[in-house]
Design a protein around this ligand. Structure first.
Ligand code: GDP
Ligand code: MG
Length: 136
């Protein structure tokens, strides 16, 4: 019953030196890494990745932010990997929703700069893994 999910350590997580911290938590949970790359993403890929948010007031800022520096894209694999990583990440708002003990709850302050992305469903995971790692 293994599944795969797309995780990003966003540019704020990379610039703050939290890549190792995020990977350590993924591995300690019992999940494994199937692919990993440091990459600066172009606007077209960022807009496709966040297509569901196109038209929202924060969309422009979000695309600017995600293209603004290197990020780490990871395919994470394991039993219930999709909800398991969402659990590790915590809620979208690092203060109002994410609880201490989660990545966002422990290290984040602002909604936009919430350090990590994780696919939210099997459909999203399939779409996002194809977008970020077409060879997989
Ligand atoms: P996620 O699945 O928990 O990452 O959250 P969403 O899919 O709802 O939003 C995607 C990303 O957009 C979030 O992780 C945030 O970085 C950003 N974001 C979401 N809501 C807001 C908002 O209200 N304001 C800003 N500035 N950014 C937001
Ligand atoms: Mg989302």
């Amino acid at each position: 019953m293994s599944e795969r999910t797309l995780v990003l350590v966003k540019p704020d997580g990379v610039s703050r030196g939290l890549v190792g911290e995020v990977i350590a938590r993924i591995e300690r949970k019992g999940l494994t890494l199937a692919a990993l790359e440091l990459r600066t993403v172009d606007r077209a890929t960022a807009e496709q990745h966040y297509a569901e948010h196109d038209g929202k007031p924060f969309f422009g800022d979000l695309v600017e932010f995600i293209t603004g520096g290197p990020l780490v894209a990871i395919v994470v694999e394991g039993t219930r990997a999709i909800p398991a990583f969402r659990q590790l990440a915590g809620g979208t708002d690092p203060v109002e929703k994410a609880t201490p003990g989660t990545i966002r709850g422990d290290f984040g302050l602002e909604v936009q700069f919430n350090l990590v992305h994780g696919s939210d469903s099997p459909e999203s995971a399939e779409r996002e893994i194809k977008l970020w790692f077409p060879a997989l």
